[in-house]
Write a new protein. Structure first.
Length: 111
């Protein structure tokens, strides 16, 4: 493995870490950092920006925002399939108002 005379400075949990920049500009992020920011998951990306003061910033970016990852869990997706099947069978109802909907729900509780 060939290294050039350039190193990237990384402030890693209050610890300063130097990363070697390898041939073709490749750097390796520490494994625990990749896990913490979910950069070890398929489709993960790193956003890069260069500031006017010469600082290069890397920001973790995953294809699905962390706040929405619950939707893509196996259990939730199974529920989505079940709902799609109910809709396909016509097991749905339409209500003209919120009061009609709530009355319908009250009727389901007594069944």
């Amino acid at each position: 493995m060939q290294y050039y005379g350039i190193a990237a400075k990384l402030h890693f949990m209050s610890e300063l870490v130097y990363l070697a920049v390898q041939k073709r500009g490749v750097i390796n992020l520490p494994a625990d950092l990749r896990r913490r920011y979910r950069l070890d998951e398929p489709g993960s990306q790193v956003e890069l920006s260069e500031r006017e003061d010469g600082v290069i910033e890397l920001r973790p970016h995953v294809a699905v925002p962390a706040s929405q990852q619950w939707f893509w869990t196996a259990g939730w997706q199974q529920g989505e399939v079940a709902v799609d099947e109910h809709v396909a069978r016509g097991e749905t109802s339409v209500h003209g108002s919120a009061d009609e909907f709530l009355t319908h729900l009250d009727g389901l509780e007594s069944d």
